[in-house]
Design a protein around this ligand. Structure first.
Ligand SMILES: C[S@@+](CC[C@H](N)C(=O)[O-])C[C@H]1O[C@@H](n2cnc3c(N)ncnc32)[C@H](O)[C@@H]1O
Length: 321
C-alpha cells in the first residue's frame, strides 16, 4: 500500500491535513518524508490542533486563544468538531490539558515580566503560536520576535494569510535552525536588542533538540540583562517516571517517530535546575503534572487534567545584579 504514496505528491499541499486527520499512517509517513524539505514541523500542527480542540471542547478554558481555530483553518476545525467522541479519549484530553497549561503559564509569566520593564518577547520554535497576533501589550511597546525553523515559519505565514490574520507592526519573523545557525546573530538582525531584557517562550521544542543546541540557547538567555526570563517545557528522563508515565511516553514516542520528529533530549529535573543556576538564572520554578493540575485544573466538572508527568514546565529568570 505504501508504494501508492507518491500518487499523493501532487495532492499533498492541499490535502495533507485531511490525510493526517484521517490517520492513514503509511500515506502520512510518506507524505511527511517528501514534504520535509519544504514543509513545516508536523508536531507544530498537532499542538495547534490540540489548542483548537481545547477551545471547542473544554469549559472553562485554561488557555483562551481566540485565534486558535482560525490558524488551523476551517477544514481542520470542521474535522475537529466532527470528532467530539474521539476528543474525549483520556490520552487526548490529557495532551491538550498539557498544551493549554503550558501556554497559559508562559503567557502569565510574560504578563508578570512586563511590569518589570520587559518589552521584548521572543517565541522560540513558535509553530502556530498566536500570541503575537493578540498581543495585549502592543500599546505599551511589547515587541514580539517569532523564531522558528525556516520551513515551519514559511508554512505559518501561509496559514496566517489563509486565515486572514494580520501581521502586526510590532512582530518580527526570525528564521533560525537552532542546530545550524546563531540565535544571537539572527535575533540581532531581526531587531532584538541584547542590551535590554527579553522574555523567551520555548514551548514544545527542547525534546527535539540536541543538548548542544539547548545549552547554547540557554547560555545566550542567561547572558542577557537582569529580568530576562525563559519558560520552557522538557521531558523527564525515563528513570524518574512511573510505569504508567513510561507507557504514555512510549505511545507518544512511537507516533512522533512515525512523523519523523523523534524525541532526542531528556533531563534529570534536579540536575537541570542546578545547571540553570550555574548558568546565571536565579528565580527558578519547576512544575510537574501534580502542580499544574492543582494550579489549573482543580474542581472542574469535566475533570480535565494532565494524566502523565513525563513533561514538566520550567521558568528561570536572570538576576538583576
Ligand atoms: C511541537 S512544535 C511546538 C510549536 C509551538 N511552540 C507550540 O507550542 O505550538 C516544535 C517547534 O520546534 C521547532 N523546531 C524544532 N527543531 C528546530 C530547530 N532545530 N530549529 C528551529 N526550530 C525548531 C519546529 O519548527 C516547531 O515549530
Amino acid at each position: 500500500m505504501c508504494r501508492k504514496a507518491p500518487a499523493f505528491r501532487h495532492l499533498a499541499d492541499k490535502s495533507f491535513e485531511i490525510l493526517r486527520l484521517l490517520s492513514i499512517p503509511c500515506v502520512k509517513a510518506r507524505a511527511i518524508s517528501y514534504m520535509r524539505q519544504t514543509i513545516a514541523s508536523r508536531t507544530a500542527d498537532r499542538v495547534a490542533l490540540g489548542r483548537a480542540a481545547h477551545q471547542i471542547f473544554d469549559e472553562p478554558k485554561v488557555f483562551e486563544d481566540p485565534l486558535a481555530l482560525r490558524i488551523v483553518g476551517a477544514e481542520a476545525s470542521a474535522v475537529l468538531r466532527a470528532g467530539a467522541d474521539e476528543a474525549q479519549e483520556p490520552a487526548k484530553r490529557s495532551r491538550r490539558a498539557f498544551f493549554a497549561a503550558r501556554g497559559r503559564y508562559a503567557e502569565d509569566e510574560l504578563a508578570a515580566s512586563v511590569p518589570r520593564g520587559v518589552r521584548q518577547c521572543v517565541i522560540l520554535g513558535a509553530g502556530l503560536d498566536t500570541f503575537a497576533y493578540r498581543n495585549p501589550f502592543s500599546g505599551i511597546g511589547l515587541r514580539v520576535f517569532e523564531v522558528d525553523h525556516p520551513a515551519t515559519q514559511a508554512w505559518k505565514r501561509e496559514r496566517l494569510q489563509r486565515g486572514g490574520i494580520a501581521i502586526p507592526s510590532g512582530l518580527s519573523f526570525v528564521p533560525v535552525d537552532f542546530e545550524e545557525q546563531s540565535l544571537p546573530a539572527e535575533l540581532s538582525r531581526g531587531g532584538f536588542d541584547a542590551s535590554q531584557p527579553g522574555f523567551f517562550s520555548w514551548l514544545g521544542v527542547t525534546p527535539y533538540l540536541t543538548r548542544t543546541a539547548f545549552d547554547t540557547t540557554i547560555g545566550f538567555i542567561a547572558g542577557l540583562p537582569g529580568n530576562s526570563e525563559v519558560v520552557f517545557d522538557f521531558l523527564v528522563e525515563r528513570q524518574f517516571l512511573t510505569p504508567g508515565e513510561l507507557a504514555a511516553l512510549r505511545r507518544l514516542e512511537s507516533r512522533l517517530e512515525l512523523a519523523g520528529e523523534p524525541f532526542k533530549l531528556f533531563f534529570e529535573p534536579a540536575k537541570l535546575e542546578q545547571d540553570l543556576r550555574r548558568s546565571g538564572f536565579e528565580s527558578i520554578e519547576r512544575l510537574g503534572a501534580a502542580e499544574l493540575n492543582r494550579r489549573y485544573f482543580a474542581n472542574r466538572a469535566d475533570a480535565l487534567r494532565i494524566l502523565s508527568g513525563h513533561g514538566n514546565l520550567m521558568s528561570a529568570r536572570v538576576n538583576l545584579t
